[in-house]
Write a protein that binds this ligand. Sequence first.
Ligand code: FE2
Length: 562
Amino acid sequence: MIERRTFLTGSAAAAGALGAAGALARPATAASTTGVPSTAPSTDAASPFRHGIASGDPLPEAVVLWTRVTPTADALPGSGSGPRVTVGWQVATDPDFRRVVAQGSTVTGPERDHTVKVDARGLAPATAYWYRFTLDRTTSRVGRTRTAPAATSSPDRLRFALVSCSNWEAGWFSAYRHLAARGDLDAVLHLGDYVYEYGTGQYANGQSNRVIRGHEPTHEMVSLADYRQRHAQYKTDPDLQALHAAVPWITTWDDHETANDAWSGGAENHQPDEGDWATRKAVARTAYDEWMPVRLSGTAVAGDGVQVYRHLQFGRLADLTMLDLRSYRSQQVATTDLGSAGDPARTVTGDAQLQFLKDRLAENDAVWKLVGNPVMISPVLFPPLDQYVAGPVADMTGILPPDGVAYNVDQWDGYTADRRELVDFLADRGVTNTLFLTGDIHSAWACELPVDPGTYPLSRTVGVELVATSVTSNNLDDLTGSPPRTSSLAVEDAIRAANRHVKHLDFDSHGYSVLTITPQETQMDWYVTSDRADQAATSTWSTGWRVAAGSNRLTAATGEAQ
Ligand SMILES: [Fe+2]
Protein backbone atom coordinates (compact mmCIF):
# COMPACT_ATOMS: atom_id res chain seq x y z
CA MET A 1 0.00 0.00 0.00
CA ILE A 2 1.01 3.56 -0.38
CA GLU A 3 2.23 4.57 3.01
CA ARG A 4 3.89 7.88 2.74
CA ARG A 5 6.28 8.95 5.37
CA THR A 6 3.80 11.30 6.87
CA PHE A 7 2.31 11.87 10.22
CA LEU A 8 -0.41 13.90 11.79
CA THR A 9 -0.09 16.25 14.61
CA GLY A 10 -2.54 15.97 17.45
CA SER A 11 -3.46 19.60 17.30
CA ALA A 12 -4.21 19.46 13.60
CA ALA A 13 -6.39 16.44 14.06
CA ALA A 14 -8.20 17.93 17.00
CA ALA A 15 -8.84 21.06 15.04
CA GLY A 16 -10.58 19.08 12.36
CA ALA A 17 -8.08 20.11 9.75
CA LEU A 18 -7.91 16.64 8.32
CA GLY A 19 -9.97 17.41 5.30
CA ALA A 20 -7.05 19.15 3.73
CA ALA A 21 -5.02 16.28 2.41
CA GLY A 22 -2.08 18.55 1.92
CA ALA A 23 -1.88 19.11 5.63
CA LEU A 24 -1.32 15.41 6.08
CA ALA A 25 1.49 15.07 3.64
CA ARG A 26 4.02 16.73 5.84
CA PRO A 27 7.56 15.56 5.43
CA ALA A 28 8.91 13.17 7.93
CA THR A 29 10.94 14.45 10.79
CA ALA A 30 12.40 12.61 13.68
CA ALA A 31 9.77 12.41 16.36
CA SER A 32 10.63 13.04 19.93
CA THR A 33 11.29 9.67 21.44
CA THR A 34 12.77 10.82 24.69
CA GLY A 35 12.08 8.27 27.33
CA VAL A 36 10.80 5.66 24.91
CA PRO A 37 12.18 2.23 25.68
CA SER A 38 14.07 1.21 22.56
CA THR A 39 13.83 -2.50 23.12
CA ALA A 40 11.29 -4.71 24.79
CA PRO A 41 12.68 -6.96 27.47
CA SER A 42 13.54 -10.32 26.03
CA THR A 43 12.17 -13.34 27.78
CA ASP A 44 15.72 -14.60 28.13
CA ALA A 45 18.02 -11.67 27.45
CA ALA A 46 21.24 -13.29 28.65
CA SER A 47 20.77 -16.59 26.88
CA PRO A 48 22.68 -17.45 23.72
CA PHE A 49 19.15 -18.17 22.42
CA ARG A 50 17.90 -14.66 23.24
CA HIS A 51 16.20 -14.28 19.83
CA GLY A 52 13.96 -17.24 20.41
CA ILE A 53 13.21 -20.29 18.32
CA ALA A 54 10.76 -20.92 15.51
CA SER A 55 9.39 -23.48 13.08
CA GLY A 56 7.82 -23.07 9.68
CA ASP A 57 6.66 -24.34 6.30
CA PRO A 58 5.33 -27.69 7.53
CA LEU A 59 5.25 -30.59 5.07
CA PRO A 60 3.84 -34.05 5.81
CA GLU A 61 7.37 -35.32 6.50
CA ALA A 62 9.35 -32.19 7.37
CA VAL A 63 9.38 -28.83 9.09
CA VAL A 64 11.88 -25.97 9.14
CA LEU A 65 13.44 -25.27 12.55
CA TRP A 66 15.07 -21.92 13.25
CA THR A 67 17.07 -20.14 15.92
CA ARG A 68 19.84 -17.59 16.29
CA VAL A 69 22.75 -17.96 18.70
CA THR A 70 24.86 -15.34 20.45
CA PRO A 71 27.86 -17.43 21.45
CA THR A 72 30.05 -14.52 22.56
CA ALA A 73 29.38 -10.96 23.65
CA ASP A 74 30.66 -9.55 20.38
CA ALA A 75 28.51 -11.80 18.15
CA LEU A 76 25.75 -9.23 17.90
CA PRO A 77 23.31 -9.19 14.99
CA GLY A 78 24.74 -7.41 11.99
CA SER A 79 28.18 -7.17 13.55
CA GLY A 80 29.93 -9.73 11.40
CA SER A 81 31.79 -10.72 14.56
CA GLY A 82 31.95 -13.84 16.65
CA PRO A 83 33.17 -17.40 16.22
CA ARG A 84 31.81 -20.21 14.11
CA VAL A 85 30.02 -22.64 16.39
CA THR A 86 28.19 -25.95 16.19
CA VAL A 87 24.54 -25.92 17.24
CA GLY A 88 22.68 -29.12 18.04
CA TRP A 89 18.97 -29.73 17.47
CA GLN A 90 16.46 -32.35 18.53
CA VAL A 91 12.89 -33.23 17.60
CA ALA A 92 10.77 -35.40 19.91
CA THR A 93 7.21 -36.62 20.16
CA ASP A 94 6.99 -35.50 23.80
CA PRO A 95 7.88 -32.25 25.56
CA ASP A 96 10.37 -34.00 27.86
CA PHE A 97 12.39 -35.39 24.93
CA ARG A 98 12.13 -39.00 26.05
CA ARG A 99 11.25 -40.03 22.51
CA VAL A 100 13.66 -38.17 20.21
CA VAL A 101 12.86 -38.97 16.57
CA ALA A 102 15.32 -36.70 14.77
CA GLN A 103 18.47 -34.86 15.77
CA GLY A 104 21.64 -33.44 14.36
CA SER A 105 23.97 -30.49 14.41
CA THR A 106 24.83 -27.65 12.10
CA VAL A 107 27.52 -25.00 11.94
CA THR A 108 26.74 -21.29 11.91
CA GLY A 109 28.79 -18.16 12.17
CA PRO A 110 29.01 -14.48 11.25
CA GLU A 111 28.66 -15.30 7.54
CA ARG A 112 24.95 -15.97 8.19
CA ASP A 113 24.59 -13.69 11.20
CA HIS A 114 24.71 -16.71 13.54
CA THR A 115 21.26 -17.83 12.43
CA VAL A 116 20.44 -21.53 12.26
CA LYS A 117 17.98 -23.14 9.89
CA VAL A 118 17.37 -26.87 9.77
CA ASP A 119 14.95 -28.73 7.51
CA ALA A 120 14.08 -31.57 9.88
CA ARG A 121 12.94 -34.53 7.76
CA GLY A 122 11.71 -38.07 8.28
CA LEU A 123 8.76 -36.95 10.40
CA ALA A 124 5.22 -38.37 10.45
CA PRO A 125 2.29 -36.43 8.98
CA ALA A 126 -0.31 -34.54 11.05
CA THR A 127 1.76 -35.00 14.19
CA ALA A 128 2.72 -32.64 17.01
CA TYR A 129 6.45 -32.43 17.75
CA TRP A 130 8.61 -30.64 20.27
CA TYR A 131 12.03 -29.27 19.38
CA ARG A 132 15.00 -27.53 21.00
CA PHE A 133 18.55 -26.44 20.26
CA THR A 134 21.80 -26.76 22.19
CA LEU A 135 24.98 -24.69 22.19
CA ASP A 136 27.75 -26.10 24.37
CA ARG A 137 25.90 -26.84 27.61
CA THR A 138 23.05 -24.40 27.11
CA THR A 139 19.67 -25.58 25.88
CA SER A 140 17.07 -23.35 24.27
CA ARG A 141 13.48 -23.17 25.30
CA VAL A 142 11.29 -25.95 23.93
CA GLY A 143 9.11 -25.23 20.91
CA ARG A 144 6.08 -27.02 19.60
CA THR A 145 5.35 -27.59 15.96
CA ARG A 146 3.11 -29.70 13.78
CA THR A 147 3.56 -31.42 10.44
CA ALA A 148 1.04 -31.12 7.61
CA PRO A 149 -1.45 -33.92 6.95
CA ALA A 150 -0.51 -36.60 4.43
CA ALA A 151 -1.31 -35.59 0.87
CA THR A 152 -3.84 -38.38 0.47
CA SER A 153 -5.57 -37.82 3.84
CA SER A 154 -8.85 -36.01 4.35
CA PRO A 155 -8.66 -33.95 7.57
CA ASP A 156 -11.90 -33.03 9.32
CA ARG A 157 -10.64 -29.56 10.18
CA LEU A 158 -7.74 -27.17 9.73
CA ARG A 159 -7.24 -23.94 11.63
CA PHE A 160 -4.86 -21.16 10.59
CA ALA A 161 -4.17 -17.77 12.15
CA LEU A 162 -3.84 -14.82 9.77
CA VAL A 163 -1.70 -11.80 10.67
CA SER A 164 -0.01 -8.93 8.86
CA CYS A 165 1.44 -5.47 9.34
CA SER A 166 3.24 -5.74 12.66
CA ASN A 167 5.05 -2.42 13.07
CA TRP A 168 7.24 -2.46 16.19
CA GLU A 169 7.07 1.28 16.70
CA ALA A 170 3.26 1.35 16.52
CA GLY A 171 2.72 -0.82 19.58
CA TRP A 172 2.85 -4.18 21.26
CA PHE A 173 2.27 -7.49 19.56
CA SER A 174 -0.63 -8.56 21.77
CA ALA A 175 -2.21 -10.33 18.80
CA TYR A 176 0.69 -12.78 18.89
CA ARG A 177 0.26 -13.35 22.62
CA HIS A 178 -3.44 -14.18 22.30
CA LEU A 179 -2.78 -16.51 19.38
CA ALA A 180 0.02 -18.27 21.27
CA ALA A 181 -2.43 -19.02 24.08
CA ARG A 182 -4.99 -20.75 21.84
CA GLY A 183 -3.37 -24.14 21.39
CA ASP A 184 -5.63 -25.09 18.47
CA LEU A 185 -3.75 -23.74 15.44
CA ASP A 186 -2.19 -25.78 12.65
CA ALA A 187 -0.12 -22.82 11.46
CA VAL A 188 0.20 -19.03 11.47
CA LEU A 189 0.14 -17.30 8.09
CA HIS A 190 1.98 -13.97 8.12
CA LEU A 191 0.92 -12.18 4.95
CA GLY A 192 3.59 -9.50 4.94
CA ASP A 193 5.04 -6.44 6.64
CA TYR A 194 6.56 -8.57 9.41
CA VAL A 195 9.18 -5.84 9.91
CA TYR A 196 9.15 -2.19 8.84
CA GLU A 197 12.12 -0.44 7.32
CA TYR A 198 11.66 3.08 8.68
CA GLY A 199 13.89 4.93 11.09
CA THR A 200 12.38 6.06 14.36
CA GLY A 201 9.49 8.45 13.89
CA GLN A 202 9.62 8.33 10.08
CA TYR A 203 6.43 6.33 9.69
CA ALA A 204 2.97 7.59 10.52
CA ASN A 205 2.11 6.40 13.98
CA GLY A 206 -1.18 8.14 14.40
CA GLN A 207 -2.40 11.58 15.15
CA SER A 208 -0.45 11.71 18.38
CA ASN A 209 2.71 10.76 16.47
CA ARG A 210 3.65 8.65 19.44
CA VAL A 211 6.39 6.11 19.05
CA ILE A 212 5.38 3.36 21.46
CA ARG A 213 8.86 1.80 21.28
CA GLY A 214 11.73 2.85 19.08
CA HIS A 215 13.25 1.00 16.16
CA GLU A 216 16.80 -0.31 16.14
CA PRO A 217 18.80 0.75 14.35
CA THR A 218 17.26 4.20 14.74
CA HIS A 219 17.82 4.97 11.06
CA GLU A 220 16.07 3.40 8.06
CA MET A 221 17.39 -0.05 7.27
CA VAL A 222 19.37 -0.02 4.05
CA SER A 223 22.52 -2.13 4.50
CA LEU A 224 22.72 -5.84 5.27
CA ALA A 225 23.76 -5.00 8.84
CA ASP A 226 20.69 -2.75 9.17
CA TYR A 227 18.28 -5.45 7.99
CA ARG A 228 19.88 -8.03 10.26
CA GLN A 229 19.68 -5.74 13.29
CA ARG A 230 16.03 -4.86 12.65
CA HIS A 231 15.02 -8.50 12.25
CA ALA A 232 16.93 -9.23 15.43
CA GLN A 233 15.10 -6.51 17.32
CA TYR A 234 11.69 -7.86 16.32
CA LYS A 235 12.79 -11.32 17.38
CA THR A 236 13.32 -10.04 20.95
CA ASP A 237 9.61 -9.34 21.42
CA PRO A 238 8.28 -11.80 24.00
CA ASP A 239 4.86 -12.19 22.36
CA LEU A 240 6.42 -12.77 18.96
CA GLN A 241 8.78 -15.32 20.52
CA ALA A 242 5.87 -17.07 22.22
CA LEU A 243 3.88 -17.48 19.02
CA HIS A 244 6.90 -18.65 17.04
CA ALA A 245 7.62 -21.23 19.74
CA ALA A 246 4.01 -22.44 19.81
CA VAL A 247 3.04 -22.88 16.14
CA PRO A 248 4.75 -23.25 12.75
CA TRP A 249 4.58 -20.09 10.65
CA ILE A 250 4.14 -19.80 6.89
CA THR A 251 5.24 -16.36 5.77
CA THR A 252 5.57 -14.24 2.69
CA TRP A 253 6.88 -10.73 2.37
CA ASP A 254 5.15 -7.58 1.27
CA ASP A 255 6.93 -4.29 0.70
CA HIS A 256 8.18 -3.23 4.13
CA GLU A 257 10.49 -6.21 4.48
CA THR A 258 12.46 -4.29 1.85
CA ALA A 259 11.08 -0.75 1.39
CA ASN A 260 7.67 0.89 1.04
CA ASP A 261 5.83 0.33 -2.24
CA ALA A 262 8.52 -1.91 -3.63
CA TRP A 263 8.29 -3.05 -7.23
CA SER A 264 10.73 -5.01 -9.36
CA GLY A 265 12.89 -2.02 -10.18
CA GLY A 266 12.64 0.21 -7.13
CA ALA A 267 10.46 1.46 -4.30
CA GLU A 268 8.76 4.66 -3.20
CA ASN A 269 10.98 4.61 -0.13
CA HIS A 270 14.23 4.03 -1.97
CA GLN A 271 16.24 7.08 -2.91
CA PRO A 272 19.38 7.34 -5.06
CA ASP A 273 21.50 8.24 -2.05
CA GLU A 274 20.58 4.86 -0.55
CA GLY A 275 22.58 3.05 -3.20
CA ASP A 276 21.63 0.57 -5.85
CA TRP A 277 18.13 -0.94 -5.61
CA ALA A 278 19.24 -4.41 -6.70
CA THR A 279 21.82 -4.46 -3.93
CA ARG A 280 19.31 -3.31 -1.32
CA LYS A 281 16.75 -5.88 -2.44
CA ALA A 282 19.37 -8.62 -2.29
CA VAL A 283 20.53 -7.79 1.23
CA ALA A 284 16.92 -7.51 2.46
CA ARG A 285 16.27 -10.99 1.09
CA THR A 286 19.42 -12.38 2.62
CA ALA A 287 18.38 -11.12 6.05
CA TYR A 288 14.84 -12.45 5.53
CA ASP A 289 16.15 -15.86 4.57
CA GLU A 290 18.49 -15.89 7.56
CA TRP A 291 15.98 -14.69 10.14
CA MET A 292 12.67 -16.27 9.08
CA PRO A 293 11.65 -19.96 9.38
CA VAL A 294 10.89 -20.11 5.67
CA ARG A 295 11.86 -22.79 3.16
CA LEU A 296 12.90 -20.87 0.09
CA SER A 297 13.85 -22.59 -3.10
CA GLY A 298 17.55 -22.23 -3.67
CA THR A 299 18.26 -21.35 -0.05
CA ALA A 300 21.90 -22.07 -0.72
CA VAL A 301 21.95 -18.91 -2.77
CA ALA A 302 20.25 -16.47 -0.46
CA GLY A 303 19.69 -13.04 -1.82
CA ASP A 304 18.11 -11.97 -5.04
CA GLY A 305 17.98 -15.48 -6.45
CA VAL A 306 15.58 -16.89 -3.90
CA GLN A 307 11.99 -17.67 -4.79
CA VAL A 308 9.47 -16.85 -2.08
CA TYR A 309 6.29 -17.90 -3.84
CA ARG A 310 5.62 -21.53 -3.10
CA HIS A 311 3.00 -24.16 -2.44
CA LEU A 312 2.05 -26.24 0.61
CA GLN A 313 -0.52 -29.04 0.76
CA PHE A 314 -2.78 -29.93 3.69
CA GLY A 315 -4.20 -33.23 2.55
CA ARG A 316 -7.30 -33.18 0.41
CA LEU A 317 -8.84 -30.45 2.51
CA ALA A 318 -6.68 -27.46 1.58
CA ASP A 319 -3.95 -26.37 -0.78
CA LEU A 320 -2.01 -23.18 -0.03
CA THR A 321 -0.12 -21.03 -2.50
CA MET A 322 1.90 -18.20 -0.97
CA LEU A 323 2.46 -15.33 -3.41
CA ASP A 324 5.26 -12.80 -3.79
CA LEU A 325 3.66 -9.65 -5.21
CA ARG A 326 6.74 -7.39 -4.96
CA SER A 327 9.59 -9.04 -6.83
CA TYR A 328 8.17 -9.18 -10.33
CA ARG A 329 5.62 -6.38 -10.48
CA SER A 330 5.63 -3.38 -12.79
CA GLN A 331 5.94 0.04 -11.24
CA GLN A 332 2.77 1.48 -9.68
CA VAL A 333 0.92 3.76 -12.08
CA ALA A 334 1.28 7.47 -11.48
CA THR A 335 -1.66 9.15 -9.81
CA THR A 336 -1.93 11.32 -12.91
CA ASP A 337 -2.19 8.24 -15.12
CA LEU A 338 -4.67 5.96 -13.35
CA GLY A 339 -6.19 4.92 -16.65
CA SER A 340 -3.14 2.88 -17.54
CA ALA A 341 -3.72 0.46 -14.67
CA GLY A 342 -5.34 -1.94 -17.14
CA ASP A 343 -2.44 -1.93 -19.59
CA PRO A 344 -1.95 -5.63 -20.45
CA ALA A 345 1.81 -5.13 -20.39
CA ARG A 346 1.62 -4.41 -16.66
CA THR A 347 1.91 -7.23 -14.14
CA VAL A 348 1.72 -7.67 -10.37
CA THR A 349 2.66 -11.37 -10.33
CA GLY A 350 5.04 -11.76 -13.24
CA ASP A 351 4.24 -14.32 -15.93
CA ALA A 352 5.89 -17.32 -14.31
CA GLN A 353 4.22 -16.81 -10.93
CA LEU A 354 0.77 -16.29 -12.48
CA GLN A 355 1.19 -19.55 -14.40
CA PHE A 356 2.35 -21.28 -11.19
CA LEU A 357 -0.77 -20.04 -9.39
CA LYS A 358 -3.11 -21.06 -12.20
CA ASP A 359 -1.57 -24.52 -12.29
CA ARG A 360 -2.02 -24.94 -8.56
CA LEU A 361 -5.62 -23.75 -8.65
CA ALA A 362 -6.64 -25.94 -11.58
CA GLU A 363 -4.64 -29.09 -11.03
CA ASN A 364 -5.04 -29.96 -7.36
CA ASP A 365 -8.08 -31.73 -5.98
CA ALA A 366 -8.16 -30.10 -2.56
CA VAL A 367 -11.59 -28.90 -1.43
CA TRP A 368 -10.28 -25.41 -0.61
CA LYS A 369 -7.70 -23.47 -2.57
CA LEU A 370 -6.02 -20.93 -0.30
CA VAL A 371 -3.99 -18.09 -1.75
CA GLY A 372 -1.69 -16.16 0.59
CA ASN A 373 -2.08 -12.83 -1.17
CA PRO A 374 -0.09 -9.89 0.20
CA VAL A 375 -2.27 -7.14 -1.37
CA MET A 376 -6.02 -7.03 -1.98
CA ILE A 377 -7.40 -8.53 -5.19
CA SER A 378 -11.04 -7.44 -4.81
CA PRO A 379 -11.92 -4.44 -6.94
CA VAL A 380 -12.68 -1.42 -4.77
CA LEU A 381 -14.03 1.82 -6.16
CA PHE A 382 -14.33 4.71 -3.80
CA PRO A 383 -17.19 7.15 -3.67
CA PRO A 384 -16.56 10.81 -2.93
CA LEU A 385 -15.97 11.15 0.78
CA ASP A 386 -16.62 13.76 3.38
CA GLN A 387 -13.64 16.06 3.52
CA TYR A 388 -13.06 15.26 7.18
CA VAL A 389 -12.03 11.72 6.36
CA ALA A 390 -10.98 11.94 2.73
CA GLY A 391 -7.41 12.88 3.52
CA PRO A 392 -6.78 10.16 6.10
CA VAL A 393 -8.42 7.55 3.85
CA ALA A 394 -6.13 8.59 1.03
CA ASP A 395 -3.15 8.49 3.33
CA MET A 396 -3.93 4.99 4.59
CA THR A 397 -5.00 3.29 1.42
CA GLY A 398 -3.33 5.23 -1.34
CA ILE A 399 -6.66 6.13 -2.87
CA LEU A 400 -6.01 9.09 -5.05
CA PRO A 401 -7.30 11.61 -5.55
CA PRO A 402 -9.05 11.88 -2.18
CA ASP A 403 -12.20 13.32 -3.64
CA GLY A 404 -12.42 11.13 -6.69
CA VAL A 405 -13.63 7.71 -7.72
CA ALA A 406 -10.38 5.82 -7.93
CA TYR A 407 -8.60 2.83 -6.54
CA ASN A 408 -5.52 1.77 -4.61
CA VAL A 409 -2.96 1.38 -7.34
CA ASP A 410 -0.56 -0.57 -5.12
CA GLN A 411 -2.90 -3.57 -4.99
CA TRP A 412 -4.41 -5.65 -7.81
CA ASP A 413 -6.58 -2.62 -8.70
CA GLY A 414 -3.42 -1.15 -10.21
CA TYR A 415 -2.78 -4.27 -12.29
CA THR A 416 -6.19 -5.16 -13.62
CA ALA A 417 -5.02 -7.24 -16.59
CA ASP A 418 -3.53 -9.86 -14.26
CA ARG A 419 -6.73 -9.90 -12.21
CA ARG A 420 -8.87 -10.22 -15.33
CA GLU A 421 -6.76 -13.14 -16.52
CA LEU A 422 -6.96 -14.93 -13.17
CA VAL A 423 -10.69 -14.34 -12.62
CA ASP A 424 -11.52 -15.45 -16.17
CA PHE A 425 -9.35 -18.52 -15.70
CA LEU A 426 -11.22 -19.50 -12.52
CA ALA A 427 -14.56 -18.91 -14.23
CA ASP A 428 -13.66 -20.78 -17.42
CA ARG A 429 -12.23 -23.78 -15.58
CA GLY A 430 -15.07 -23.88 -13.08
CA VAL A 431 -12.65 -23.68 -10.15
CA THR A 432 -14.56 -23.12 -6.91
CA ASN A 433 -13.64 -22.58 -3.27
CA THR A 434 -10.71 -20.25 -3.89
CA LEU A 435 -10.02 -18.16 -0.79
CA PHE A 436 -7.73 -15.17 -1.13
CA LEU A 437 -6.17 -14.53 2.29
CA THR A 438 -4.85 -11.01 2.41
CA GLY A 439 -3.10 -8.43 4.60
CA ASP A 440 -1.43 -5.07 3.86
CA ILE A 441 -4.33 -2.67 4.09
CA HIS A 442 -4.53 -2.26 7.91
CA SER A 443 -8.26 -2.98 7.94
CA ALA A 444 -10.62 -5.96 7.98
CA TRP A 445 -12.53 -6.92 4.84
CA ALA A 446 -14.71 -9.80 3.65
CA CYS A 447 -15.46 -9.65 -0.07
CA GLU A 448 -16.88 -11.85 -2.77
CA LEU A 449 -14.91 -11.84 -6.01
CA PRO A 450 -17.32 -11.25 -8.90
CA VAL A 451 -16.57 -11.94 -12.54
CA ASP A 452 -18.31 -8.67 -13.33
CA PRO A 453 -18.43 -6.25 -10.37
CA GLY A 454 -20.76 -3.97 -12.31
CA THR A 455 -23.57 -6.52 -12.36
CA TYR A 456 -23.03 -7.90 -8.86
CA PRO A 457 -24.92 -9.57 -7.17
CA LEU A 458 -26.27 -11.07 -10.39
CA SER A 459 -22.72 -11.67 -11.55
CA ARG A 460 -21.16 -15.04 -10.95
CA THR A 461 -18.48 -15.09 -8.24
CA VAL A 462 -15.28 -17.11 -8.46
CA GLY A 463 -14.14 -16.99 -4.85
CA VAL A 464 -13.95 -14.83 -1.76
CA GLU A 465 -11.32 -12.61 -0.20
CA LEU A 466 -10.75 -12.46 3.55
CA VAL A 467 -8.50 -9.66 4.78
CA ALA A 468 -6.84 -9.66 8.20
CA THR A 469 -6.29 -6.27 9.83
CA SER A 470 -2.95 -4.99 11.12
CA VAL A 471 -1.35 -6.24 14.29
CA THR A 472 -0.32 -2.66 15.11
CA SER A 473 0.12 -0.54 11.96
CA ASN A 474 -2.02 2.56 11.59
CA ASN A 475 -5.60 2.30 10.53
CA LEU A 476 -8.16 5.00 10.00
CA ASP A 477 -8.99 6.07 13.55
CA ASP A 478 -5.28 6.22 14.32
CA LEU A 479 -4.93 8.68 11.46
CA THR A 480 -8.00 10.80 12.15
CA GLY A 481 -7.63 10.81 15.91
CA SER A 482 -11.31 10.00 16.24
CA PRO A 483 -12.52 7.44 18.77
CA PRO A 484 -12.73 3.94 17.25
CA ARG A 485 -15.96 3.11 15.44
CA THR A 486 -17.16 6.72 15.09
CA SER A 487 -16.22 8.76 12.02
CA SER A 488 -14.97 5.69 10.17
CA LEU A 489 -18.45 4.16 10.04
CA ALA A 490 -19.66 6.58 7.41
CA VAL A 491 -16.66 5.79 5.23
CA GLU A 492 -17.29 2.09 5.55
CA ASP A 493 -20.98 2.54 4.70
CA ALA A 494 -20.12 4.57 1.61
CA ILE A 495 -17.58 2.03 0.39
CA ARG A 496 -19.92 -0.91 0.92
CA ALA A 497 -22.68 0.97 -0.90
CA ALA A 498 -20.42 1.56 -3.88
CA ASN A 499 -18.99 -1.97 -3.82
CA ARG A 500 -21.78 -4.39 -3.01
CA HIS A 501 -19.47 -7.39 -3.11
CA VAL A 502 -17.77 -5.95 0.01
CA LYS A 503 -19.69 -7.64 2.83
CA HIS A 504 -17.65 -6.57 5.83
CA LEU A 505 -15.31 -3.67 6.45
CA ASP A 506 -13.70 -2.40 9.65
CA PHE A 507 -11.27 0.47 9.18
CA ASP A 508 -10.39 0.94 12.85
CA SER A 509 -9.46 -2.27 14.63
CA HIS A 510 -6.13 -3.94 15.24
CA GLY A 511 -5.85 -7.63 15.90
CA TYR A 512 -5.75 -10.95 14.07
CA SER A 513 -7.94 -13.49 12.33
CA VAL A 514 -8.52 -17.22 12.62
CA LEU A 515 -9.59 -19.33 9.63
CA THR A 516 -11.41 -22.58 10.38
CA ILE A 517 -11.67 -24.95 7.42
CA THR A 518 -13.90 -28.02 7.19
CA PRO A 519 -15.06 -30.00 4.16
CA GLN A 520 -18.46 -28.33 4.42
CA GLU A 521 -17.56 -24.70 5.07
CA THR A 522 -14.83 -22.25 5.97
CA GLN A 523 -15.22 -19.46 8.52
CA MET A 524 -13.00 -16.48 9.15
CA ASP A 525 -13.20 -14.93 12.62
CA TRP A 526 -11.79 -11.49 13.36
CA TYR A 527 -10.46 -10.66 16.83
CA VAL A 528 -9.82 -7.12 18.02
CA THR A 529 -7.10 -6.16 20.49
CA SER A 530 -8.06 -3.44 22.92
CA ASP A 531 -5.12 -1.02 22.73
CA ARG A 532 -1.89 -1.31 20.77
CA ALA A 533 -0.16 0.91 23.33
CA ASP A 534 -1.01 -1.51 26.16
CA GLN A 535 1.32 -4.47 26.50
CA ALA A 536 -1.49 -6.31 28.33
CA ALA A 537 -4.20 -5.57 25.74
CA THR A 538 -7.23 -7.83 25.78
CA SER A 539 -8.74 -9.59 22.77
CA THR A 540 -12.39 -9.75 21.74
CA TRP A 541 -14.19 -11.62 18.97
CA SER A 542 -15.50 -9.04 16.54
CA THR A 543 -17.25 -10.85 13.71
CA GLY A 544 -17.19 -13.96 11.59
CA TRP A 545 -18.02 -14.67 7.93
CA ARG A 546 -18.68 -18.08 6.42
CA VAL A 547 -18.45 -19.52 2.95
CA ALA A 548 -20.16 -22.83 2.23
CA ALA A 549 -18.27 -25.23 -0.03
CA GLY A 550 -19.23 -24.72 -3.66
CA SER A 551 -20.98 -21.39 -3.07
CA ASN A 552 -18.27 -18.73 -3.55
CA ARG A 553 -20.58 -16.53 -1.42
CA LEU A 554 -20.30 -15.11 2.10
CA THR A 555 -22.79 -15.22 4.95
CA ALA A 556 -22.46 -13.65 8.38
CA ALA A 557 -21.67 -16.06 11.21
CA THR A 558 -23.60 -15.92 14.46
CA GLY A 559 -20.56 -16.68 16.60
CA GLU A 560 -17.03 -18.01 16.66
CA ALA A 561 -16.29 -21.16 14.69
CA GLN A 562 -16.07 -24.15 17.00
FE1 FE2 B 1 1.53 -2.63 6.37
